[in-house]
Design a protein around this ligand. Structure first.
Ligand code: EPZ
Length: 436
């Protein structure tokens, strides 16, 4: 049995209208949950999205000895005790790459951490060499046995300076957190600059950390003692990727769509690119209003670390380019496997030519027709939802619970509220019709 979405498409009509509210950012919340290891007392986290990845991260902490209470929807308190396991439970950690950010705070606080290689995933190999290199530079000893890593730092970590050969968000966050308890100063050069990083640093500084430069390419952390959550409460920033996905959906199918509880300042690149494709977008402090134009213009996109065009919006944007009048190119610079989903779009009627694993040529405008789709990961999965809404006829998207539900809270109810004909169903793979 597979957890599926059954969607009846609009066939290109602009039928969406109303308001959709954006949830807290998955990629901010996951790191705030990991950061609770750095605290000597209870930490309160708010606006946590109720998605399987955050629930899995809480499960990991509980499994290792933390006390986690879900006081009410989206609000959690966490206490990580002095006696805490130092092995990330393989059964959980292997299924979620983001668990890797726990390694920094655990190693810094307890002097040891072991974890499985989170493994590659459909979007790319996802190496760990920058983690190993950073831990060794901070004085730890790393041993790799089978596919698991044991990292020890007798006497604790010492501050170090390193230059990241690739701008990695989770590497930046892992060592920013490790630096909070290291002896001396840690400097991370060529750091990632995603807004979730500055948001995390802001919260940790309120609780006693000494981090400067977060959100720029050089982050400096003065090591100190355990932090305190007393009198502070973390509030997750809006999910810019979810907001951007709804913006792209609106650009394709909305008469008028209001996207609320978002931060347009985190979406300057997608907004700029959509406007150049002819989309009308009005922005307010925490809201975007989008209307689909009668004609979409082709535009070339190249994914890039923040503040460039986010790789997590590449798949939804490619769906939009199939509806633009003319030729567009998509250049995925970060992950080598992140264009594989385009085969399914071609099967729906799109005209997409892969020029190499990183580059695709999209010829629009093409009529999409509904079909059976297998969601490969959460971002391409949401792109398939968007494609199914644009297409003519019915689509069935499989593997919703292991992909889309990882990152989008209660998405079918929010989509239904703006006019999408979408139902969640349990279905045998062969049961769903193979639309020819
Ligand atoms: C974060 O991953 C996000 N994940 C990703 O979102 C997002 O796509 C990505 O940033 C880019 O914005 C989380 O925040 C949990 P990486 P990141 O594996 O940057 C290289 C989603 O759908 N690298 O570090 O931590 C790697 O090859 C996810 O929400 C090394 O070379 O991803 C790649 O080129 C998908 N060595 C780059 O860094 C290492 O040791 C980023 O990859 C580690 C990474």
């Amino acid at each position: 049995m597979s957890n599926t979405f059954v969607i009846k498409g609009f066939g290109g009509e602009h039928n969406l209208r109303g308001t959709v509210r954006v949830t807290g950012a998955k990629n901010a919340a996951l790191k705030a949950i990991a950061a609770t290891v750095l605290f000597r007392d209870v930490v309160t986290l708010a606006n946590i999205p109720e998605i399987s990845d955050t629930l899995r991260m809480f499960d990991l902490l509980k499994d290792m000895g933390a006390d986690v209470v879900n006081t009410k929807n989206g609000i959690y308190t966490v206490l990580v005790p002095h006696s805490f396991a130092t092995e990330l439970t393989p059964g959980i950690a292997k299924r979620m790459r983001a668990s890797i950010v726990l390694t920094g705070p655990i190693l810094a606080r307890y002097g040891k951490v072991s974890f499985p290689h989170p493994g590659g995933c459909v979007i790319g190999a996802r190496p760990l060499d920058l983690f190993v290199d950073g831990f060794e530079k901070m004085g730890a000893r790393v041993t790799i046995k089978d596919d698991s890593y044991v990292v020890e730092a007798k006497g604790g970590l010492r501050g170090a300076e390193f230059f990241l050969k690739n701008q990695s968000v989770t590497v930046t966050e892992t060592f920013m957190m490790a630096g909070v308890l290291a002896k001396g100063t840690t400097t991370i050069k060529n750091a990632a600059m995603e807004p979730e990083i500055a948001d995390l640093a802001h919260f940790l500084n309120k609780c006693g950390a000494k981090i400067s430069g977060a959100g720029t390419s050089t982050v400096t952390i003065k090591g100190g003692k355990l932090l305190t959550g007393k009198g502070h409460r973390y509030k997750t920033i809006p999910d810019r990727i979810e907001a951007g996905s709804f913006l792209i959906l609106g650009a394709l199918a909305a008469r008028e769509l209001h996207i609320t509880n978002c931060d347009p300042l985190h979406l300057e690149s997608p907004i700029e690119i959509l406007r150049s494709a002819g989309v009308t977008i009005e922005t307010k402090k925490t809201e975007m209003i989008v209307r689909a134009p009668s004609r979409l213009l082709p535009v070339d996109i190249k994914t890039h670390e923040y503040p460039g065009f986010p790789t997590d919006l590449q798949a939804p944007m490619t769906v939009l380019l199939t509806q633009a009048d003319g030729e567009s190119t998509v250049f995925e610079t970060i992950f080598e496997g992140r264009l594989n989903y385009t085969e399914a779009l071609s099967a729906m009627g799109a005209s997409i030519t892969m020029m190499d694993p990183h580059r695709a040529l999209v010829r629009g405008k093409s009529k999409l027709h509904g079909r059976k789709l297998m969601s490969p990961d959460l971002r391409a999965g949401l792109a398939f939802v968007i494609a199914a809404i644009v297409a003519k006829g019915e689509s069935v998207i499989h593997n919703v619970d292991t992909t889309i539900d990882r990152g989008y809270e209660d998405v079918e109810h929010r989509l239904r509220a703006i006019g999408v004909d979408i139902e969640r169903a349990q279905m045998m793979l062969e049961e769903s019709p193979e639309n020819k």
